[in-house]
Write a new protein. Structure first.
Length: 294
């Protein structure tokens, strides 16, 4: 009987764990859709920013001058990871990719920010000191708050430090393949002059050209800052979509393992129950024969 009770407890624990895995699968699936939709909405918003830059650049060619100095300076990097676990090698992949790519880049000093406690630990374990790391609360308001802090830190780098290059490292989901992502590097600063020149040379979409009354320097600075915020937000949103996709894949594998384990537990329980019943029947039969012989 004691063996049967232990078997019942193991089956109960497996069923409860299966319920938790199903809930996490549902949450991850919903999060993936939300973050992917967020990326699509951001792309539309960035088109508006590009249109504004296009108008101001067509009238002010001075903004097309390169702002990258010839001398070597410091490298600033922002690495996006996860705040929670159960997402496979998500953090290990992006941390290793970031370290390998930074080692290939020429710089006098390296300064790193980490978004997510898990990737922060991975970088520290690999010997890379992290100047600051930011935690994420798990909703869209949390993304905006964290990206505002990261952008403020980047502004401080540019004003107070000899940093002439800032890059982003994050995982991007591969469209149409669940649980598959690839690490990416995006240059945040300096702004790509070729990209700006392409905007300036592009034809306007209608015959009515817009005008502006704001100071061109302030307007250009504001638009560039919005573009930087968009780049940060997109990298974070794609990283979160990849994280949830990886977690969904891990939960699907865990669910299959639990189902197989639960099948074995149920079969073993039925076997033990049958053996217990057979033993009890044998005891009854033995007792009956003993009484009959008397």
């Amino acid at each position: 009987m004691a063996e049967l009770e232990r078997a019942k407890r193991r089956i109960k624990n497996a069923i409860e764990l299966q319920s938790v895995v199903k809930i996490m699968k549902a949450i991850s699936s919903a999060n993936i859709q939300e973050y992917e939709e967020s990326v699509r909405s951001l792309s539309e918003y960035n088109k508006t920013i590009e249109l504004g830059l296009q108008i101001i650049l067509q009238n002010n060619k001075k903004f097309l001058a390169s702002n990258l100095e010839d001398k070597k300076g410091s490298l600033g990097a922002v690495v996006f990871g996860s705040e929670q676990g159960l997402c496979g090698k998500f953090n290990e992949i992006v941390a290793r990719y970031a370290l390998d790519r930074m080692a290939e880049m020429e710089h006098e000093e390296r300064r790193v920010l980490a978004v997510g406690g898990r990737v922060f630990a991975r970088l520290e374990d690999a010997g890379q000191s992290v100047e600051a790391h930011f935690s994420f609360s798990g909703d869209f308001l949390g993304i905006t708050e964290v990206m505002g802090k990261v952008l403020a830190k980047i502004d401080m780098w540019r004003l107070e430090s000899n940093i002439n290059q800032i890059v982003l490292f994050y995982n991007r989901p591969i469209s149409g393949i669940s649980g598959v992502f690839s690490p990416q590097m995006a240059h945040l600063f300096p702004i790509d002059v070729k990209w700006l020149a392409g905007l300036a040379e592009s034809g306007w979409q209608s015959h009515s050209l817009p005008t502006y009354s704001m100071n061109p320097d302030l307007l250009f600075s504001s638009l560039v800052r919005e573009h930087l915020f968009f780049s940060l937000y997109r990298a974070f949103a794609e990283s979160l979509a990849s994280e949830n996709s990886s977690r969904l894949s891990s939960m699907q594998a865990a669910e299959r393992n639990i189902e197989e384990h639960l099948t074995e537990l149920l079969a073993n329980f039925r076997k033990q129950r049958q053996e217990a019943i057979s033993s009890e029947l044998l005891d009854i039969l033995t007792g009956y024969e003993a009484l009959s012989s008397r």
